[in-house]
Design a protein around this ligand. Structure first.
Ligand code: CP
Ligand code: NVA
Length: 307
């Protein structure tokens, strides 16, 4: 019997443009139903296992609430409260968990870990953040942009700050969806071209002002990601001048949006007045995590033939 290929979402370009556009279209429908208190329980017999090897607020609540709203159930595991914390091989963990649930979301360190899990899983696996990528967040961010400003193709997004999981995923999305990423990072923290593909969609800039110029969206993230906390002080020094403030926002287009995946450090990578200002859509961005992930789980479990 031919083995069925299982679809995973481990990095943004695991999906085709058609699949990404399908997820966005379904997100709009699912969000509208939710806002109208319309019951929609297509995953009533399905279970999601969530595995966290790093902390989370948004990812946990958005997946957990989202799955319950679709009628399904959720199991929450962390390294410390499972045998993963006692070195059970990831291959064995994947084989066992994926015999009992329908879909798995993992937040972990290296992408190799989630790849290994997926290679041994009988069910779809979703990346809820790795050191390299954060594809669910970029789905939410682009959906949020579309809601506020229409199609993202042809637009310009400025990334100010660390060459981290968010930056890599933005660059992947730009290549696929036809927008320009202007990226500026301190010289000692450059983008890795193996994770953030080069090409016409990527413009490396020498300064935050140059990156923000003509941007339709300015976005940033913490300077020390989870796992790099012990470098925080060193990074604070290296990233001086990379704070998104009002002056920097004024280099962008007048109707430019500001985004941050959160949690934010006010006064470091962004000032309080920008985060709380009129151009900021960070709260919509956070909420949209739940709506896009509901559409993502619906797609991975039920395909495109949904009403
Ligand atoms: N943006 C994001 O992934 O937030 P959490 O770390 O709270 O999940
Ligand atoms: N780059 C950050 C994102 C947190 C949601 C981190 O990996 O910690």
């Amino acid at each position: 019997m031919e083995e069925k290929t299982i679809k995973h979402f481990l990095k943004f370009d695991d999906f085709t443009i058609d699949e990404i556009n399908h997820v966005f279209a379904r997100t709009a429908i699912i969000k509208k139903r939710f806002k109208g208190y319309e019951e929609y329980l297509p995953l009533h017999d399905r279970t999601l296992a969530m595995i966290f090897e790093k902390p989370s607020t948004r990812t946990r609540i958005s997946f957990e609430a989202g799955m319950y709203q679709l009628g399904g159930s959720v199991i929450h595991l962390t390294t410390g409260d499972s045998q993963m914390g006692r070195s059970e091989p990831i291959e064995d963990t994947a084989r066992v968990i994926s015999r009992m649930v329908d879909i798995v979301m993992i937040r972990t360190f290296g992408q190799d870990k989630i790849d290994t899990f997926a290679n041994n899983s009988r069910v779809p696996v979703i990346n809820g953040l790795t050191n390299e990528f954060h594809p669910c967040q970029i789905l939410a961010d682009i959906f949020t942009f579309i809601e506020h400003r229409g199609p993202v193709a042809g637009k310009t997004v400025a990334w100010i700050g660390d060459a981290n999981n968010m930056a890599n995923t933005w660059v992947q999305a730009a290549k696929m969806l036809g927008f320009t990423m202007k990226v500026t990072t301190p010289k000692q923290y450059p983008l890795n071209p193996e994770l953030a593909p080069t090409g016409a969609h990527l413009v490396l800039c020498d300064s935050p002002n140059e990156a923000a110029k003509d941007a339709d969206l300015v976005t940033t993230d913490v300077w020390a990601s989870m796992g790099s906390e012990d470098e925080a002080e060193k990074r604070r020094k290296a990233f001086q001048g990379y704070c998104v403030d009002k002056e920097l926002m004024s280099c962008a287009n007048p109707d430019a949006l500001f985004m941050h995946c959160l949690p934010a450090h006010r006064g470091e990578e962004v000032t309080s007045d920008v985060l709380e200002g009129d151009q900021s859509v960070v709260w919509d961005e956070a909420e949209n995590r739940m709506h896009v992930q509901k559409a993502l789980m619906e797609y991975l479990l039920l395909g495109m033939d949904v009403k």
